[in-house]
Design a protein around this ligand. Structure first.
Ligand code: NCD
Length: 315
């Protein structure tokens, strides 16, 4: 049984296949509108979400399948004390595939160990968010035309931001990418990512504290929200939350073909004035999330023997 818990559960070849299928879905949407007829996706969200949950649900609906699930731990039997393992065993009797988000790191991995259907990690604490990573990779490929040879600035909460952790793990396997880590010292990237990913693989990275000092070097800037829910005290959050605000004046020094990304939700990190800049691709990024999840679910369901027809394979 194949699950998607960590972005490195997928090889580079598998990732590229998922992105190719997503691109085919974008170009031939109508041909995919019935392929998952009779299939059910369960979305088990023990933590809040807008894009991830709704894009999973829209993705299954656009494939002709159905969805069921819950959007908060309070409305599930977790509130009565049920374990994740028991919830997953039971939902596996009702659904063909599960997308699960949980505040505890490792909860989806634990769920996968007892699951009879494929589990997709839709975010586990500050750890991983592999479907956001697939979304980001599809966005980079569509915006820049390649997944190698660029400089990316990752800005904001690099400590708790799971989207950044997952993206670095996945991108580290592509060629000649330089990383500029922009964060206050309190929100630096965890040491294990620096040693296990950058240093072990001889990947070039730099840590800075302002975006101004590196803006002209960047091909991509990936902004992130300070992760309020993972702070231990409110005062630290309040002190750090507005450290970075990307606005038109800071973009003056940027490259003409910079890609401005953000997994969203945005709080204050990007001025709404930037939304009109053609380089702002965060809303396109959110749309890509739906197509990449359509592609991923077809792949995982077929690995589990569903026999879903794939028009792309016939071309
Ligand atoms: C992200 C997440 O949940 O980690 N949101 C998302 O899925 N697009 C980013 C965030 O919450 O800041």
């Amino acid at each position: 049984m194949k699950h998607l818990i960590d972005p490195t559960d997928l090889s580079v070849a598998e990732i590229n296949d998922i992105l190719d299928l997503a691109q085919d879905i974008i170009e031939h949407k109508e041909e995919y509108s019935e392929v998952c007829k009779g299939k059910k996706l369960a979305t088990l969200f023990f933590e809040p979400s807008t894009r991830t949950r709704l894009s999973f649900e829209a993705a299954m609906m656009e494939l002709g399948g159905n969805v069921l699930g819950f959007s908060s731990a309070d409305s599930s039997s977790a509130a009565k004390g049920e374990s994740v393992g028991d919830t997953i065993r039971v939902v596996g009797c009702y659904a063909d595939i599960i997308a699960m988000r949980h505040p505890k790191e490792g909860a989806p991995l634990f769920g996968a160990a007892v699951s009879s259907v494929p589990i997709i990690n839709a975010g586990d604490g500050g750890h991983n968010h592999p479907t956001q990573t697939l979304t980001d990779l599809l966005t980079i490929r569509r915006e820049k035309g390649r997944l190698d040879n660029f400089t990316i600035g990752l800005c904001g909460d690099l400590k708790f931001g799971r989207t950044v952790h997952s993206l670095i793990k996945a991108l580290s396997r592509y060629e000649n990418i330089k990383y500029i880590l922009i964060s206050p010292k309190e929100l630096k990237l965890p040491d294990y990512i620096i040693t296990e990913i950058f240093e072990k693989n001889n990947i070039e990275y730099r840590e800075v504290t302002t975006m101004e000092e590196v803006m002209d070097e960047l091909d991509i800037i990936y902004m992130t929200r300070v992760q309020k829910e993972r702070f231990f005290n409110e005062a630290d959050y309040v002190r750090l939350k507005d450290t970075y605000i990307l606005d038109e004046s800071k973009l003056k020094a940027a490259k003409k073909d910079l890609a401005i990304m953000h997994p969203l939700p945005r709080v204050n990190e990007i001025s709404t004035k930037v939304d009109e800049d053609p380089r702002a691709c965060y809303f396109r990024q959110a749309e890509n999330g739906k197509y990449v999840r359509m592609s991923l679910m077809i792949k995982l369901l077929n690995e589990a023997g569903a026999g879903i027809p794939v028009p792309f394979d016939e071309r």
